[in-house]
Write a protein that binds this ligand. Sequence first.
Ligand SMILES: *Cc1c(COP(=O)(O)O)cnc(C)c1O
Length: 361
Amino acid sequence: MAELSDLPLRDNLVGKAPYGAPQAAVPVSLNVNENTHPLPEAFIADATEALAAALRNVNRYPDREFMGLREALAGYLCYGLTPEQVWAANGSNEVLQQILQAFGGPGRTLMSFTPTYSMYPLLADGTDTGWVDVPRADDYTVSPELAVAAITEHKPDIVVLCAPNNPTGTPMSLETIRAAYDAFDGILIVDEAYKEFDTDTETAISLLPGRHRLIVSRTMSKAFAFAGVRLGYLAADSAVVDALRLVRLPYHLSGLTQAAATTAVAHSAAMLATVDEIRSQRDRLGEALGGLGYVVHESGSNFLLVGGFRDPGAVFERLRDQGILVRDLAIPGHVRITAGTAEETQVVIDAITAFGPAGSV
Ligand SMILES: *Cc1c(COP(=O)(O)O)cnc(C)c1O
């Protein structure tokens, strides 16, 4: 067997590690921010029929422009969006990759504010786009002043703002997004993967009119409880969509994916019915851990970044041994915990309570 180092790998991939949140079959998986609730039975019934109909057509290529799904998504997003302003791919990671293929590449740079989503630098590497990372403030916010100063200094071609931010949960103001857009001539991506959980801030989709370099990306992997289907999407000017059609693979969204996702959007109210419950479990988890002296960072999302651990790696292992997965993101003293069902939340509260107050583990 050869080693990776025996291969003529591209220089910017040498020494890199693939994305790899642990996937272990444990009873309580709270490490990748999925919606852990069961899907509505009425959706399962309709999707089963839609998938059967799609299967009868898999001898043919699917609709390359997936107009049915784009119409459904435009209707779901509101703000008067047309299907021409909506695009989708196999997860918002693929959406982001297509954006980098169209607007990044050799000699160009992607900038973000860290800690943030760990896939951004990997997607930059994969598309030969330079990566510029600027630290967030101590409370993990990005003020309009910080955004403008960093953009002015680094002159990136693309900026991605994660709103709310993963892994910190930090919400982002529309003022920061407006200021960042005005600070340069490049592409501004607002990654709203968790937006359905953040009811306090208006979506950046409201900023699209008159801003043709703004892209708002979304996913069905989190609030929609649809991570296994792989469906991410975006809203932008139709010219942006035309650019992405230059780099997408033909027929990239399978007929089965289109059928399942279109049915899910038709059931969006039921699919999203657990969002309020997840938010209240998140707040219950935060209060319990705060009561033990842990530092619970503000979250507009379905997870909490929690500080006050002496050894997050050991905490990860001890919880895993009890059948609980949380995320150790190499932020000193911190782990990230997804809010699950009431039962799952109780299991993780009990386990950490048994460790003792902040600083014991
Ligand atoms: C989970 C997540 C995504 C979604 O990825 P998919 O490819 O759609 O599953 C995108 N951005 C952020 C910040 C995320 O946390």
